[in-house]
Design a protein around this ligand. Structure first.
Ligand SMILES: Cc1cc2nc3c(=O)[nH]c(=O)nc-3n(C[C@H](O)[C@H](O)[C@H](O)COP(=O)(O)OP(=O)(O)OC[C@H]3O[C@@H](n4cnc5c(N)ncnc54)[C@H](O)[C@@H]3O)c2cc1C
Length: 429
C-alpha cells in the first residue's frame, strides 16, 4: 500500500517522536508517525494490566529533578506526580546501614574534579587522581554510579559530564501517579486531534532520499514525505537496522561514537513487604527504604516508597547488563533472588514462597531499542552536532541521545530534543 506524500514523517512514537508530532500537527502540517511496535511510548511503558497489583514501569520511572518541559506538559495534561521520598541504604561489610547520599565522600571527589584541565574518560580520571589506597571506597562507589546510573562504560564516559551532573542535579525526584504512559497517550491524542496519523507495527527498514523528498520503506508499504524526522534509539542506528540510500556515512559514523549503555529491569512483587519487618532485617528499620545498594550480582534495588506496595525493583546497567543480556528471564530471576538472599541474609525458599508475581524487562535485547539509554562520552557534543545537522533539509534526527546537557538519556532530554527539532523543521518549510 503506497501513500500520498506527507509534509513530515516521524519514525518512532516515543517521547521525542510524540512531542514532535504534537508540535508539527499544531501548525496544520500533514504528519504521519511510523512506529515499529504495536504500541506508543517506546522506552516509556507502564504495565497496568492487573499482572501486578499496581501499575509498574517497565522503562522510565522517575522524573530526575525539577525538569521544565516534563512538568509543564504534565500540568497541561492534568496528570499528577508525587515526590520520591525515603532513605538510602547499603549492604556493606556484611551489614545493612544507612547511606547519606548516592556518592558519599563527594567532597574528596569535588577537589579532584577541580584539578581537571581537559575532559577524560572516567577510567583515566580514576587512574590519574584516585590511586591512593584511601580512595578505595570512592573508586568503588564511582564505578557503581557511572556504570549503574549512566549505564556507561568507564573507558568512554566523560568526567566533565559526570562533574556537571553531580554539581547541578536536583535532589528531588518524582514519579507520575498512575504511570508515565499517560503523558505519552496525551501527546498522541492531541496530535491525532490535529490530524496526525499513527501507523503502528510499521518497521522502517530503508530510507531513500533526495533534497526535500524522502521515502520510507516498510514491509506494509512505502511512505513519502518532504521531510523525515528519525527518533529511533541509538542502538537501532548503531547496529545499522535502517539502511539509507544514498548512504549518510558521516552521520552514522558519528552516531557510532556516542554512548549508549544497556539496561535490564527486574520487577518482583512479594506477598508481604518483608524488608519493612525488623524480623527480616536484623532489627534494622527499613520501613522507609527507597534505594538499596549492594555488591551482589544484581546490585541496586528500590521500593516504591512512599507508595505502599510490596514491589522491589532490581536494576542492572552498563557492563553488568552487557554480560547478562543473553540470560533467560528465569536465569535473571534466580540471580535476583540470590542477590536478595545475600543482602537480607534470608533463605532462598522464603523468597520463592513469598514471591507473588515477577517480570524481567531486558531492554538490551529488545529489537527496537538494542541497549538502554544514552550517556555522555568525551567529545560527545562534537559528534552530536554532526548528527543534528539536517541532511539537505530532508532528514532530521532527534531523541534522548541528542540532547546537550546533564539530562542526556532522560525523558526530559527526549522531549526537549523532539520539540526543538520540530521547531527547526517548521522553520525550514
Ligand atoms: C529501563 C529504563 C529505565 C529508564 N528510566 C528512566 C527514568 O527513570 N527517568 C528518565 O527520565 N528516563 C529513563 N529512561 C530513559 C527514557 O526512557 C528515554 O530516554 C526516553 O523515553 C527515550 O525517548 P525517545 O523518544 O528518545 O526514544 P524511544 O522511547 O525509544 O522511542 C523511539 C521509538 O522508535 C521505535 N522504533 C525503533 N526502531 C524503529 C524502526 N525501525 N521503525 C519504526 N520505529 C522504530 C521504537 O519502538 C520506539 O517507540 C529509562 C530507560 C530505560 C530503558
Amino acid at each position: 500500500m503506497d501513500q500520498s506524500p506527507y509534509d513530515v514523517i516521524i519514525i518512532g512514537a516515543g517521547a521525542s517522536g510524540l512531542i514532535a508530532a504534537y508540535e508539527l500537527s499544531l501548525t496544520g502540517r500533514k504528519v504521519a508517525v511510523l512506529e515499529a511496535r504495536a504500541r506508543l511510548g517506546g522506552r516509556i511503558h507502564t504495565i497496568a494490566n492487573k499482572k501486578f497489583s499496581v501499575p509498574v514501569e517497565s522503562g522510565a520511572e522517575f522524573i530526575h529533578g525539577n525538569l521544565n518541559l516534563t512538568k509543564t506538559l504534565l500540568k497541561q495534561a492534568g496528570i499528577s506526580f508525587s515526590e520520591v521520598k525515603g532513605e538510602l541504604w547499603q549492604k556493606k561489610s556484611g551489614k545493612l546501614s544507612r547511606q547519606e547520599d548516592f556518592i558519599e565522600d563527594y567532597n574528596d571527589l569535588e577537589k579532584k574534579f577541580k584539578q581537571l584541565k581537559n575532559d577524560l574518560p572516567v577510567s583515566a580520571f580514576v587512574e590519574k587522581y584516585l590511586t591512593d589506597d584511601k580512595y578505595e571506597e570512592l573508586r568503588f562507589t564511582l564505578k557503581n554510579y557511572v556504570e549503574g546510573y549512566y549505564a556507561a562504560e568507564l573507558s568512554k564516559a566523560s568526567t566533565y559530564a559526570l562533574c556537571e551532573e553531580l554539581n547541578t542535579s536536583d535532589e528531588e525526584q518524582y514519579r507520575i501517579d498512575g504511570g508515565y504512559s499517560q503523558l505519552m497517550c496525551y501527546l498522541a491524542q492531541q496530535s491525532e486531534e490535529h490530524g496526525c496519523i499513527f501507523y503502528y507495527s510499521h518497521v522502517a527498514e530503508q530510507i531513500n532520499w533526495g533534497e526535500n523528498k524522502t521515502e520510507v520503506v516498510t514491509q506494509s508499504g512505502t511512505f513519502y514525505a518532504a521531510k523525515l524526522l528519525i527518533t529511533v534509539p541509538l542502538g537501532v542506528l548503531q547496529q545499522d537496522k535502517i539502511q539509507f540510500n544514498p548512504g549518510i556515512p558521516e552521520k552514522i559514523n558519528a552516531i557510532k561514537e556516542l554512548g549508549f549503555g544497556p539496561v535490564i529491569k527486574v520487577i518482583l512483587e512479594f506477598r508481604e513487604a518483608f524488608w519493612k519487618s525488623k524480623e527480616y532485617t536484623r532489627n534494622q528499620d527499613l520501613s522507609k527504604l527507597s534505594f538499596l545498594f549492594s555488591r551482589q550480582e544484581i546490585p541496586t534495588w528500590w521500593t516504591s516508597f512512599p507508595q505502599d506496595s510490596t514491589i522491589l525493583t532490581g536494576w542492572i546497567a552498563g557492563p553488568r547488563a552487557a554480560e547478562m543480556k543473553n540470560s533467560t528471564k528465569n536465569e535473571i530471576l534466580l540471580k535476583s533472588l540470590k542477590s536478595l538472599q545475600l543482602i537480607f541474609d534470608l533463605e532462598i525458599r522464603f523468597l520463592e514462597q513469598n514471591l507473588k508475581e515477577w517480570d524481567v524487562f531486558n531492554w538490551a535485547i529488545d529489537e527496537f531499542n538494542l541497549g538502554g539509554y544514552a550517556y555522555e562520552v568525551v567529545n560527545g557534543p562534537y559528534f552530536r552536532k554532526i548528527v543534528k545537522e539536517p541532511v539537505y533539509n530532508s532528514i532530521y534526527f532527534a531523541g534522548e541521545a541528542l540532547f546537550d546537557g546533564p539530562e542526556i538519556g532522560t525523558v526530559e532530554a527526549a522531549l526537549v530534543s523532539g520539540r526543538d527539532t520540530a521547531h527547526t523543521i517548521i522553520a525550514s518549510f
